[in-house]
Design a binder for this molecule. Structure first.
Ligand SMILES: C[S@@+](CC[C@H](N)C(=O)[O-])C[C@H]1O[C@@H](n2cnc3c(N)ncnc32)[C@H](O)[C@@H]1O
Length: 205
């Protein structure tokens, strides 16, 4: 499904109009195995784009026969208005991830996996507080959007407050800045480290 998606993306999006930006194979496999093992009931992910991480999570939940995924994404369609759109909608640290102009976030996810998934379209800074407050607690949080220091700290701190004890925070692109190590130094997770060169994890005490 991912390979098919990449081929369709490459056919419809020129190189300078945005990148695929999907999660790498190693973190994707680790996330799948983690969800299969720990069977989280409530997962929130931020950053859907074409939908690699979303697909992996939903495949694992489907195999578990339990759990729900809530995702937030403010997509960047690869269309003619891109330069202006980039400047106004995407602050520093954004890597120009894009979806084909005629698609929705998570378009590679097959309909058959959709019954465990709710997508919220909008900026995380506005939508995450509203979404997370719908739950008493969450089991897993995955950050993969706007890797600016303010946005990463905002998401980590909010997710940490809502994560249950032993809940898991995962974050891609920790090499963009020091946000993840600062967060871990301050919050002192029970366990933390790297799943790959660019992906970090932290387990709440
Ligand atoms: C790196 S991509 C996500 C990749 C995805 N996790 C995957 O594995 O395919 C980041 C996505 O977040 C969106 N985005 C960037 N900043 C955002 C923000 N502040 N709020 C919501 N979405 C944002 C981008 O448009 C893009 O769709």
């Amino acid at each position: 499904m991912v390979e098919e998606g990449v081929n369709k993306f490459n056919k419809s999006v020129e190189n300078d109009r945005g990148s695929w930006a999907g999660l790498g194979l190693k973190p994707a496999k680790t996330i799948y195995a983690t969800i299969r093992k720990h069977k989280p009931e409530t997962i929130i992910e931020t950053g859907v784009c074409n939908g690699v991480s979303t697909l992996i999570i939903l495949l694992a939940l489907s195999k578990n026969e339990g759990g729900e995924l809530y995702s937030i994404d403010f997509p960047m369609p690869a269309d003619e208005s891109l330069p202006e759109f980039r400047e106004t909608a995407y602050p520093e640290g954004h890597a120009f991830s894009a979806i084909p102009a005629d698609k929705e976030p998570g378009w590679i996810v097959p309909e058959s996996l959709g019954d465990r998934w709710e997508l919220v379209v909008g900026k995380s800074q506005r939508e995450l507080p509203k979404l997370i407050r719908k739950f008493d607690e969450i089991d897993m949080f995955i950050h993969d959007l706007e890797h600016s220091h303010p946005c990463m700290m905002f998401e980590y701190e909010l997710a940490w407050e809502w994560l249950r004890s032993d809940g898991l925070l995962l974050t891609d692109d920790i090499h963009f800045n020091d946000s993840f190590s600062i967060f871990c130094n301050v919050r002192e997770p029970k366990l933390y480290g790297k799943m790959s060169n660019s992906t970090g994890y932290a387990v709440k005490t």
